[in-house]
Design a binder for this molecule. Structure first.
Ligand SMILES: CC(C)(COP(=O)(O)OP(=O)(O)OC[C@H]1O[C@@H](n2cnc3c(N)ncnc32)[C@H](O)[C@@H]1OP(=O)(O)O)[C@@H](O)C(=O)NCCC(=O)NCCS
Length: 170
């Protein structure tokens, strides 16, 4: 993600979250936070390719944290979210993270399914974490990212993802 992407990111952000981040939050993550790494997914190649997804991580020593991930509502269910998560897992691992965490709304079954597919488990609940409706957050975690077992799991899921993407294109 670059500063030039923030306008398109904000459109998806406001369609995706009841308490959306302000533009300044993305700008400050991109320009001031050395621990932050943000990515976008586009539909197609080249300068005119539409931005349809984005996500971010913080990596602090061996700990990675997924700060956000969202796909444009019209493009959900097409594996953009999964591709972005895979990319963020690789970025985390290549930056020496051994484990990764995130918070998700307790009601966000779609996100829970995506994360569980990639080996995340719920480790705790933060009561009334979300200020708009008092909803609980679940804290999810995946560990030993640099171990043999996780590498094999990720490789298998990526083969399945590639196969699903190529059959969807056909
Ligand atoms: C969560 C989100 C990023 C998923 O992205 P997506 O591109 O729609 O999801 P994908 O097509 O990549 O699907 C990947 C996996 O997610 C889960 N999933 C996706 N859509 C689902 C649905 N409608 N119902 C249940 N699970 C679903 C499944 O596990 C799926 O894998 P599978 O089909 O092999 O079972 C997207 O729904 C989104 O932007 N939601 C709003 C923002 C948000 O809640 N972000 C998460 C904050 S923690």
């Amino acid at each position: 993600m670059s500063n030039a992407d923030v306008r398109a990111v904000m459109r998806i952000e406001s369609l995706s979250f009841s308490t959306s981040w302000p533009t300044s939050a993305f700008q400050s993550e991109l320009n001031d936070n050395k621990l932050a790494h943000y990515f976008v997914g586009r539909d197609g190649q080249g300068p005119d390719a539409e931005l349809v997804a984005y996500g971010g991580i913080w990596v602090i020593l061996d700990d990675a944290h997924i700060t956000t991930i969202a796909v444009h509502p019209d493009r959900r269910g097409l594996r953009y979210g999964e591709q972005l998560l895979v990319h963020m897992l690789h970025e985390s691992i290549s930056r020496s993270a051994s484990w990764i965490t995130l918070e998700a709304r307790e009601s966000n079954e779609v996100a829970h399914n995506l994360y569980r597919k990639y080996g995340f488990a719920t480790i705790s609940t933060r009561r009334a974490y979300y200020s708009d409706n008092g909803e609980n957050a679940v804290v999810m975690w995946a560990g030993n990212l640099r171990g043999e077992l996780y590498a094999r799991r990720l490789a298998t899921l990526e083969i399945e993802l590639d196969a699903a993407l190529s059959s969807e294109v056909r």
